[in-house]
Design a protein around this ligand. Structure first.
Ligand SMILES: [Zn+2]
Length: 675
């Protein structure tokens, strides 16, 4: 069987994070490695998506060219994937010449076949910047949820996909000006004409697709499909290859999926059989936000073109959250791969393991550093690492590192039980990988290590070695064969670890069909010296990561701080009604059984009075005695926790919620009026 496996093209306007890895690249990598190990003809294709408006906006903001932006992130992304052992056969990019030609020719063929409709419509135009405002070049209030800063194509708050003209109070992201409407011509793919095809192909023909994917497709199709513009007024992208289309490029979502085809072309002159031969199985790995593009739009494009195969499956994952919050690039709430690699050197497999064991296959899941630590210490180290280490160390101790000769007729029932479990686990891993259930498949692989661990723990060769040397030979022979099983079974999931195990047992062969066998290592075969597979991850290491996240978030909030809108105007007389004075704090203590409240005695110049203030999380009582503050003295007294508060101390609230006193620059008399 021949397989073309694609992983969603990461967008080259930022580095990649664990959410990308968990949702797309690791599952696709497991699938590709598994099929290769089974001897299948596999291409695993990916590359950077380098067109589209977010890139040109970022370039304008930084005063560099779009090419500078994509060069920077393409390099970072490609490097991080390589270091994580993501085994792409090619990692290309959509700014390549091959892609320009391929996507251009694709468009031209559809144009010549009259698959598009041409339509002149009114779109937003910024006359100061002299440009049309496509997609993210326009922001405004979301008509669905009233959130500010919705984009011309989407509201990130409520997730609605929008048309720019629906936005309330639209603004140009370039100049901030109110845009005008101007006529422009574009080409549309009439998706409504593909409804019958999509109904039959997906709703009837692919009921086996994951429920989240099938369900989303169904709701799109049931809602009725609309013609979709496949061009934009922009100067960054693949130019529309027809006359009269100056200043227009292909819509990024038209050219990006063609990137899979271009990358395959770059890889091999034999590319057509991976895209056009009906014996090829095409599988798209994506995140749930890309379902409509890979299940509706791209298939409609392929169908219109006429010579391509359609995807066999699109196993989209849900999202991976981080420490209870949605991963967000703009809020810097993420674990970036290139940073992880620095903080956890040579521990790629730990992250691969934690992300797969907790993969968001059927619902959004949460990555926590505590879970990451537990997975390493309690599973990888305590089970897999411990077992392999014992098997290799004891073999060196008892037999000079050579596989001992067993006496098969003396195998016990327990031995046979262990041996018999292996082929069943192999079948179970296969079933789960082929059904895109990678979490379950990993559990099965881990079950082999658990079995080995249990086997040694119960047979205790280190006790028997003085009394029953023959029995120990059988035990160690079986333990080493289990180790050899692990060196193959973990190859799709933890490639670095599988490679290390093969190195330890001096086995070069990589073959899925070895799993389940108990004669992989022959009698007398020499092992290499023992080495540990995993090291303990300490509390301080994970705490440092949590601290780093919080710090990044706070810094980001500060940088992105936006003042709240101004309140309604008030009359001068209303202002004069407030009597604000400078006072000095004389005493301060925490209000018992509360987290936030301080009871403060203030000399206001008028009197000494008690004020209850919600600042206990921001100031220690002993640190504020003697400080001058501003106090609203004619606020009606009110009781808080049984204490009468006579006034209010004025505070400034920072973007992260920190409260700070508002006080005179130099010491003034208590009772001085503030106005
Ligand atoms: Zn909204």
């Amino acid at each position: 069987m021949r397989y073309t496996i694609t992983a969603a093209l990461p967008y080259a306007n930022g580095p990649v994070h664990i959410g990308h890895l968990a949702g797309v690249y690791i599952p696709a990598d497991i699938y590709a490695r598994y099929l290769r190990l089974k001897g299948q003809d596999v291409l695993y294709i990916c590359g950077s998506d380098e067109h589209g408006v977010p890139i040109t906006i970022k370039a304008q903001k930084e005063g560099v060219t779009p090419q500078d932006i994509v060069d920077r992130y393409h390099t970072i992304i490609k490097g991080a994937f390589a270091e994580f052992g993501i085994s792409f056969d090619i990692y290309s990019r959509t700014s390549s010449e091959t892609h320009r030609e391929t996507s251009s020719a694709f468009f031209k063929k559809l144009y010549d076949q009259k698959n598009f409709i041409e339509k002149v419509s009114e779109q937003f135009y910024d006359s100061k910047a002299e440009q049309f405002l496509a997609d993210r070049y326009i922001t405004g209030t979301c008509p669905k949820c009233n959130a500010d800063n919705a984009y011309g194509d989407q509201c990130e708050v409520c997730g609605s996909s929008l048309n720019a003209t629906e936005l309330i109070n639209p603004r140009s992201a370039v100049t901030g000006n109110k845009p005008e409407l101007k006529k422009t011509k574009h080409w549309y793919l009439p998706l409504d004409q593909y409804e019958d095809f999509l109904k039959e192909w997906i709703l009837e023909g692919h009921k086996e697709w994951k429920p989240n994917v099938y369900g989303q497709c169904k709701s799109w199709i049931d809602a009725g499909l609309q013609p979709r513009a496949v061009s934009r007024d922009l100067d960054w992208g693949v130019p529309v290859p027809v006359e009269g289309a100056e200043g227009k490029v292909l819509y990024v979502w038209f050219d990006a999926p063609i990137g899979y085809i271009s990358a395959t072309k770059e890889l091999t002159p034999d590319w057509e059989k991976y895209w056009k031969d009906k014996d090829t199985k095409l599988v798209h790995f994506i995140g749930k936000d890309n379902i409509v593009f890979h299940c509706i739009i791209f298939p409609a494009m392929l169908k219109a073109e006429g010579s391509y195969i359609l995807p066999e499956n699109v196993p989209a994952n849900e999202f991976m959250n981080l420490e209870g919050n949605k991963i967000s690039t703009s809020k810097n709430w993420a674990v970036w791969l290139h940073e992880y690699l620095k903080d956890f050197e040579n521990q790629q497999d730990v992250l691969r393991y934690a992300l797969t064991a907790n993969a968001p296959e059927t619902k959004d899941n949460d990555f926590t550093w505590k879970d990451f630590q537990d997975r390493n210490n309690n599973e990888l180290l305590a089970i897999l690492g411990n077992f392999v280490n014992r098997a290799v160390v004891l073999t060196h101790k008892y037999y000079g590192g050579k596989v001992p000769e067993p006496n098969v007729s003396e195998f016990s029932d327990f031995d046979k039980e262990i041996i018999d479990a292996l082929p069943n686990l192999k079948k179970s891993i296969e079933k789960h990988i082929e059904g895109y259930h990678f979490r379950e498949a990993l559990k099965d692989a881990m079950q082999i290590a658990r079995l080995g661990n249990k086997y040694l723990a119960e047979t205790e060769p280190w006790k028997l070695v003085k009394t029953d040397a023959d029995r120990v030979k059988n035990i160690m022979y079986i333990a080493l064969q289990i180790t050899a099983n692990l060196s193959q079974a973990f190859e799709p999931f933890l490639p670095f670890t599988a490679q290390k195990i093969r190195q330890l047992i001096n086995l070069e062969t990589m073959d899925w069909e070895l799993i389940g066998k108990t004669d992989i290592l022959s009698v007398g075969h020499q092992l290499n010296p023992a080495e540990l597979l995993f090291s303990k991850i300490e509390d301080e290491q994970v705490q440092a990561q949590v601290d780093k996240l919080q710090a990044a978030k706070a810094e980001n909030e500060k940088a992105n701080f936006q003042a709240t809108p101004q309140k309604e105007s008030i009359a001068f007389d209303d202002f004069l009604k407030m009597d604000i004075r400078v006072g000095t704090i004389l005493e301060a203590e925490k209000v018992a059984k509360t987290k936030k409240l301080l009871k403060i005695l203030v000399d206001t110049g008028i009197d000494q009075r008690t004020v209850v203030s919600g600042i206990a999380e921001h100031y220690k009582p002993e640190d504020i005695v003697g400080k001058q503050v501003s106090i609203l003295v004619n606020l009606e007294p009110r009781k808080m926790r049984g204490i009468e508060s006579q006034g209010m101390i004025l505070m400034a609230e920072d973007s992260d919620g920190t409260l700070r006193f508002v006080r005179p620059e130099e010491v003034v008399n208590n009772g001085a009026e503030i106005r």
